[in-house]
Ligand binder design. Sequence first.
Ligand code: DGL
Length: 270
Amino acid sequence: MAVGIFDSGLGGLTVLEAVRKRLPEQSFVYFGDNAHAPYGVRDAEDVYNLTTAAVERMWEAGCDLVILACNTASAAALRRMQERWIPADKRVLGVFVPLIEALTERSWGDNSPPREVAVKHVALFATPATVASRAFQRELAFRAIGVDVEAQACGGVVDAIEDGDLILAEALVRSHVDALKRKMPHPEAAILGCTHYPLMHDTFQDALGADVKVYSQANLVAESLADYLERHPKMKGSGTESLFLTTGDARRVSDRATHFLRRQITFQSV
Ligand code: DGL
């Protein structure tokens, strides 16, 4: 039984770690499309083609369920995939909905009409493609009214993380937070709407200030996945081993992943 976790690169490892802790018996196939990262500067067609190719590879590895642990793919490709591409015996789920349910104080799958929620001023930090898609605002509008969202496209942060240049990543995060604050001086909550950004969580929190609640996806997705698998046990898949697959240079990607997760991770090239 294996569940697929997909990202354009290393960011989905933040989600993988949380789901592994929550579901220690489950095998996972992680797929990082490092050769094509970042996705955040690509157009929707490109993101769709790359994401579907990766998901097919995870199906081959015995994953009937694939989590797109990538907001950019969730925003730019998931709806189109769900509408006409995914066969009936497979599932592909994104990472937006658990986050928005947490922000809007909803339990899993509560589809009641939108209502007022406590938080009114929300800062969204995401890739240029995710911000351009407005997928976050659309999902939020289904669930909440009267929430003011200011989005900041964080160009360059994913490239810096993929290159292992955390000094540059930190400088870029601080400048993106400054830019956001010029548009919205007092956000109450901030969404880290890219799975790479939790690797810079402390910098975001420091730049935003201690009174801003920073939401990131890993634990929220882990809870949702546990709940989903309990209700759909067949989706645990037929694959039997945990694998780390990359389209990039396996050695380089393994070194970065080992550094970020502080445990030995060995990727294989596909
Ligand atoms: N980690 C991804 C996301 O959540 C992708 C970032 C990228 O490749 O630009 O959006």
